[in-house]
Design a protein around this ligand. Structure first.
Ligand SMILES: NC(=O)c1ccc[n+]([C@@H]2O[C@H](COP(=O)([O-])OP(=O)(O)OC[C@H]3O[C@@H](n4cnc5c(N)ncnc54)[C@H](O)[C@@H]3O)[C@@H](O)[C@H]2O)c1
Length: 257
């Protein structure tokens, strides 16, 4: 039997690296894609079954060349995980067009381009796409005009993909992580933001990279064979608690943190 494969973007670190490691553990070969070539090759060292390929997912020519290379070396692409993302938090009126474009280029254009390139390969094996959005795409907040809008668009793009690819047996789903301790979060979450997140999240903590990876790998697997077009928030309950005000939670007899 031919070994299954996965292609993971933003695989040099964080959620993408954790997802790569879990796929490898489950016996898939994994194409690790990242634009940070140095970090990518360092992370791939010693990972048996991993194929690191440097590529900027927002560049159509690089995406086309990389997909040809991966398909050539693996012979098949069973799963595509569009995980590469950038965050830039600033007020609406201070978000200049260059910043807006930079966020959209990776977070939205990248998902579109990668998917277009992989779809012919996914169709031949009835494969799966998982796009990584964010709770910022499910709920609005300050400072996230570009980031939150890009992630909301990814959630809808997922549904478009599910609608059109279902006939070919290709599933498309989305994972919306809550705050996770990665370099991306460290760069934009101040100590005050961290404390506020702890207050607003029923599980009272940030998520771990491996916890998000579990949901991604499940959605790519045959265990999710009748799930498509869905967005699963892996967020400690944040999205479920519209009126999760700290003052109300403090009254709960079961509060433990
Ligand atoms: N960490 C969080 O709190 C959090 C919360 C919600 C959603 N997310 C989403 O999860 C995904 C992964 O985030 P993370 O926290 O692991 O981030 P990270 O910054 O730790 O890793 C992201 C990786 O993507 C790569 N990358 C960025 N732009 C790229 C491009 N154009 N082409 C190729 N590679 C590129 C980076 O080099 C980096 O290695 C992102 O889409 C992010 O928006 C993260």
């Amino acid at each position: 039997m031919t070994e299954k494969t996965a292609l993971v973007t933003g695989a040099a670190r964080g959620i993408g690296l954790a997802t790569t490691q879990l796929f490898l553990k489950e016996g898939r070969r994994v194409a690790m894609i990242d634009r940070d070539a140095e970090a990518l090759h360092q992370s791939a060292e010693g990972l048996e079954g991993a194929l690191p390929v440097a590529c900027d997912v927002s560049d159509p020519d690089q995406v086309a060349a990389m997909t040809r290379q991966v398909a050539g070396e693996f012979g098949r692409i069973d799963a595509l995980v569009n995980n590469a993302g950038v965050a830039d938090f600033r007020p609406l009126e201070e978000t200049d067009f260059a910043t807006w474009r930079q966020v959209m280029a990776t977070n939205l254009d990248g998902v579109f381009l990668m998917s277009q390139a992989a779809i012919p390969h996914l169709k031949t094996v009835r494969g799966a796409i998982v796009n990584v959005a964010s709770i910022s795409g499910l709920r609005a907040s300050t400072l996230r005009v570009a980031y939150g809008t890009s992630k909301a668009a990814v959630i809808h793009l997922t549904r478009q993909q599910a609608a059109e690819l279902g006939d070919h047996g290709v599933r498309a789903n989305c994972v919306a992580p809550g705050p996770v301790d990665t370099k991306l979060a460290l760069a934009v979450h101040t100590p005050q933001i961290r404390a506020a997140y702890h207050d607003a999240i029923p599980l009272n903590r940030y998520g771990q990279e491996a916890e998000i990876a579990e949901v991604i790998v499940f959605l790519c697997s045959d265990r999710a064979s009748y799930v498509t077009g869905q967005t699963i928030a892996s967020d400690g309950g944040f999205d479920a608690t519209g009126v999760g005000l700290p003052a109300l939670r403090a009254l709960s007899p079961n509060r433990n943190g």
